[in-house]
Design a protein around this ligand. Structure first.
Ligand code: PEP
Length: 245
């Protein structure tokens, strides 16, 4: 989108050990041309990743609790992520929605928690295979945007990631026409919700982005970057995707 600097975001999910510091270092040494780069690592790797990634790659968490601190065993707050050097956090990833029953309302609260801590919220939405086959893709996206994107969202504190659930980790991707339709629809819904601000907000595509399909996917109108899972684990692949921007 004219005037929007692309963002290439990696999501390591529940992968990565301290022995992978070399991979983090290699990502940190990459060149990203005009794009911004972000890597979302497991909580256990935050401190190590902050050092290894250096100055040019933003650090992100993969989820946060809505509270700043307290009796929530096993959870991590947005403030803790910020304290560990994060600038971003994923909220509402489909694996969180599925594995932990996260609702749109909870995702919206998590986005506001991210802002409270000074983080940019990367709000993930996307339809399941059954919803696509039932012709419900656009209505699902509308519902998720209305429910998960808080009213105060601004381009500087919010990124929307469109990730068709059936495309995540499967090697399947929508056609460029389907990606274009979904992203155009998302932009329109954000405009209804946020007005002019929506024109500046990044909308990422995620779901089986690889070096081989990145150029095609990233050239679609209203695709302002990518959220990359599996292919972000290898620095060479992640950097090849970034080079496609
Ligand atoms: C993701 O985890 O957000 C994702 C898109 O995964 P993958 O690239 O492996 O499909």
């Amino acid at each position: 989108t004219p005037g929007i600097r692309p963002l290439i975001a990696g999501n390591w999910k529940m992968n990565g050990m301290s022995a992978d510091a070399g991979e983090l270092k290699a990502i940190g040494e990459g060149t990203f041309n005009g794009a911004e780069a972000l890597l979302c690592v497991p909580a256990t790797l935050m401190m190590l990743a902050r050092d290894a990634l250096g100055e040019r790659v933003h650090l992100g968490g993969q989820d946060c609790h809505t509270a700043a601190s307290g009796a929530h065993t096993g959870d991590v707050s947005a403030e803790m992520l910020a304290d560990a050097g994060a600038t971003h956090v994923l909220v509402g990833h489909s694996e969180r929605r599925t594995d932990h029953g996260e609702t749109d309302a909870l995702v919206s609260d998590k986005a506001e928690a991210a802002w409270r801590a000074g983080l940019t919220a990367v709000i993930c939405i996307g339809e399941t295979k059954a919803e696509r086959e039932a012709g419900e893709t656009l209505s699902v996206l509308s519902r998720q945007i209305l429910g998960s994107v808080p009213k105060g969202a601004q381009a500087k504190n919010t990124v929307v990631a469109y990730e068709p659930v059936w495309a995540i980790g499967t090697g399947l991707t929508p056609t460029v026409e389907d990606v274009a339709e979904a992203h155009r629809h998302i932009r329109g819904e954000l405009e209804k919700l946020l007005g002019e601000e929506a024109g500046k907000m990044r909308i990422l595509y995620g779901g089986s982005v690889k070096p081989g399909n990145a150029t095609e996917l990233l050239s679609v109108e209203h695709v302002d970057g990518a959220l990359v899972g599996g292919a972000s684990l290898k620095a060479v692949d992640f950097l090849a995707i970034a080079a496609a921007c």
